[in-house]
Design a protein around this ligand. Structure first.
Ligand SMILES: *Cc1c(COP(=O)(O)O)cnc(C)c1O
Length: 396
């Protein structure tokens, strides 16, 4: 063989005897076949067989397996973001003329997808009050194919009665899907409550380090799982093995991170709840808060993500006061090691359950820093609300 050919051929490396403690990254578009016959029969390899990079490598299988196991499901499909996991699942299931019911408190971009793309396809998306079961029951009709659930709701944290919603949907022959990103399967398992498909934005708690975008859809019915897998493949939806390895690594510490974040959040919530400048704290794990009873009944724990609002007298000063933060970053997303705050307006994105609270809610994602440092930073922010001096922006 000539040198230039040798440059491109594979070395005959022996895998026998090699068993890494870690998850190897298998990168591939092409999968090689031992002969022409097996290539011709490649689509008979089954949903877990290796056919083409888009349909997964052993690195993908490892992550799919881990998520399936944690969710108590039978199959998981991966998508390039949490948003894609929700929208691709809906596109795979919904047809023109059908109806999907979506909670008013759904993750904002999903609402936008419903009123744009779903509407253009002739799918009727109706938003429902997430905690009014009678209102929901009156909306479920024969055209209703899917009832979407997201609990607690984005930013405003309403906890939904998942078993009751599943019973209503089942009685009408509709499917249910649940966005479980806040809880993760470590704190709530929708499939155990009869939900048909559960979505996680893996970008949040699973990855845990704010550097990967990915989402998953897990089901407990094999046929449904196969249908989703086939539809995702036809739509060309796949994820990179490098990202899978990062999410798999994140899963190893997820329980430890969630435990730490929720403990810190509990102490910070207690501090905020008794602060004179804070109007309300929205955190289902807080005794006496809205939704606490259902959270306690169904969930085994909380994450470190919650919202709070400021008293009206100081709310106009919230933006400049946020600039006084030294540790907590201002930014979207959550579930990483670093604490984040996002001032969020929800009034314009509530149609079935109008929001009458403060214009801006402060959504806090408590990271794994020392809780005292996080609390001191929030104290700095609260102090800036009442100080006469205009806060000087941080330079470094
Ligand atoms: C962040 C988020 C998503 C979207 O996840 P991305 O990976 O950022 O697209 C979906 N649902 C909920 C509840 C989220 O918080």
């Amino acid at each position: 063989m000539r040198d230039d050919t040798q440059c491109v051929t594979r070395a005959p490396v022996e895998l026998e005897g090699y068993d890494s403690l870690t998850i190897p990254v298998h990168r591939a578009s092409t999968i090689r076949y031992p002969n022409a016959e097996s290539f011709a029969a490649r689509f008979e390899r089954g949903a877990d067989g290796y056919v083409y990079g888009l349909y997964g490598t052993p690195t993908h299988r490892h992550l799919e397996y881990k998520i399936t196991e944690l969710e108590h499901g039978v199959r998981t499909v991966l998508a390039p973001s949490g948003q894609a996991a929700v929208t691709m699942a809906m596109l795979a299931l919904l047809r023109g003329g059908e109806r999907v019911l979506i909670p008013d408190t759904v993750y904002g971009p999903v609402r936008d997808f419903a009123v744009n793309e779903l509407a253009a396809l002739g799918v009727e998306a109706t938003f429902y009050d997430p905690i009014d079961l009678d209102a929901l029951a009156s909306l479920i009709d024969r055209r209703t194919r899917l009832v979407w659930i997201e609990s607690p709701g984005s930013v405003t944290m309403e906890v939904q009665d998942v078993p009751a919603i599943v019973a209503l949907a089942k009685a009408a022959g509709a499917m249910t899907g649940c966005d479980n990103t806040w809880a993760s399967p470590l704190n709530f398992r929708p499939l155990d409550h009869g939900v048909d498909l559960v979505v996680e934005a893996l970008s949040k708690h699973f990855c845990g380090h704010s550097d990967v975008l990915m989402g998953s859809v897990t089901v407990r019915d094999d046929d449904l799982g196969y249908r989703l897998k086939a539809a995702f493949g036809r739509l060309g939806i796949g994820v990179s093995p490098d990202d899978c390895a990062l999410v798999s690594r994140g899963i190893e510490t997820m329980a430890v991170r969630l435990d730490r974040s929720s403990r810190s959040a509990t102490s910070i919530v207690g501090f905020l709840g008794s602060h004179p400048l804070v109007e309300s704290v929205l955190y289902p794990a807080l005794p006496g808060s809205a939704g606490h009873a259902i959270w306690k009944r169904d969930f085994s724990g909380a994450s470190g993500v919650f919202s709070f609002s400021l008293r009206r007298e100081v709310s106009a000063l919230a933006f400049p006061a946020l600039d006084s933060l030294k540790l907590i970053s201002i930014g979207a997303s959550w579930g990483g090691t670093k604490s984040l705050i996002a001032p969020t307006s929800v009034r314009s994105s509530r149609t079935a359950r109008p929001w009458t609270g403060a214009d801006y809610l402060m959504r806090l994602s408590v990271g794994i820093e020392n809780a005292d440092d996080i609390r001191e930073d929030i104290e700095r922010f609260l102090a800036a609300l009442t100080s006469e001096a205009v806060p000087v922006p941080q330079t470094a």
